[in-house]
Design a protein around this ligand. Structure first.
Ligand SMILES: Cc1ncc(COP(=O)(O)O)c(C=O)c1O
Length: 341
């Protein structure tokens, strides 16, 4: 078996590129909690500009960015409308309840989208003794729905149904969505009050996410970040890698999307009843159902291919910068030989 496994567990396993490491070594830094780190400031400006928002804030993780957005936009005890499988609902260890004191109204999101009619129902329910919603959260791309990107039409329908509620976009993979659809990040951001994006997934930076929005909210976000223990001192070392990520790692995401489609074809061929539809794979995430996921994962691991699960009976494969064509060919071969369901 070759020494290096093909690691398809997540795009978070990507390592900083040589250009990032150089930029990190040379980064000009200061104390960012005093607002004195020029590299962090530059990263925040570049991101805000890219999204046509007033301002942005560099935070340690996507989870923290989502949690700050909840604190900014959803008063305690209010209802947050979101898809039932979104990260902010399902994968943040109940943080929305603990940090922001909100309750979620989880909606069906099987294809990654919320239905405008479902959103309208929750809004209307406030007139029938149910709690008032404050915020709608959408996830773009929607990770558990095979990294499905939103269309602007679907987003506009939801925004209209939300009748002026704030909208937060969990854009952990916003640039994957943009590359797949050709929709500019700014056009997506135009539909949302706040947008977060992770630098440490497909964009390969070692640490960090960004939250963008109106200036007054971002000033408040800065103080909320302190309260969550997210103030970082000479964070320019990390921001320098983030700048390289935004400048040079976005366009290449198309390669990851092509490779994911190839993996999905191998899955669809091996397990036609697994729900894997290659034509639906538009970005870098492939999921499929299997009644014994552990056995598939063990089998793949024996062939040097690492995969993971995201729910009972759901296997996930994710392509990224550190997986090349040869790795994909190796993974396809391993999938073709993996045990029957
Ligand atoms: C859609 C989505 N949102 C948010 C996050 C949270 O990011 P982090 O791991 O940086 O907290 C993730 C991480 O996997 C994600 O996939």
């Amino acid at each position: 078996m070759p020494d290096r496994p093909v690691d398809l567990r997540s795009d978070t396993v990507t390592r900083p590129t040589p250009a990032m490491r150089r930029a990190m070594a040379e980064a000009e830094v200061g104390d960012d909690v005093y607002g004195e780190d020029p590299t962090v400031r530059r990263l925040e400006e570049v991101f805000a500009q890219r999204l046509s928002k007033d301002a942005a804030l560099f935070v340690p993780s996507g989870t923290m960015a989502n949690q700050i957005a909840l604190r900014l936009l959803a008063p305690p005890a209010s209802v947050v409308i979101a898809g039932r499988r979104q990260h902010v609902v399902a994968y943040e260890n109940g943080a929305g309840a603990r940090n922001a004191g909100v309750q979620f109204h989880p909606l069906p999101d099987d294809d990654g989208r919320l239905r405008a009619a479902d959103v309208a129902w929750v809004v209307a329910a406030a007139a029938h003794h149910m709690p008032r919603p404050s915020l709608v959260c959408v996830e773009n791309t929607h990770m558990p729905a095979d990294g499905a990107p939103w269309s602007l039409e679907a987003l506009d329908e939801v925004v209209e149904a939300a009748e002026g509620l704030a909208v937060h976009m969990d854009g952990a993979r916003l640039f994957n969505a943009s590359v797949a659809t050709g929709i500019a990040p700014g056009a997506y951001a135009d539909r949302a009050t706040t947008v977060m994006c992770c630098l440490s997934k497909g964009l390969c930076a070692p640490v960090g996410s960004l939250l963008a929005g109106p200036s007054d909210l971002m000033a408040e976000a800065r103080s909320l970040r302190s309260g969550l223990g997210g103030g970082m001192r000479q964070a320019g070392i990390l921001a320098a890698a983030g700048l390289v990520a935004l400048e040079s790692m976005v366009d290449r995401l198309a390669e990851d999307h092509d490779r994911a489609r190839r993996l999905a074809e191998a899955v669809g061929e091996r397990w036609p009843d697994s729900g894997c539809r290659p034509e639906r794979i538009l970005t870098n995430v492939v999921t499929f159902r299997h009644n014994a996921p552990g056995s598939v994962i063990d089998h793949l691991a024996r062939d040097g291919v690492l995969a993971g699960t995201i729910a009972p009976g759901v296997v996930r494969l994710v392509t990224h910068h550190d997986v090349d064509d040869q790795d994909v060919a190796r993974a396809m071969k391993a999938l073709a030989l993996a045990g029957a369901p």
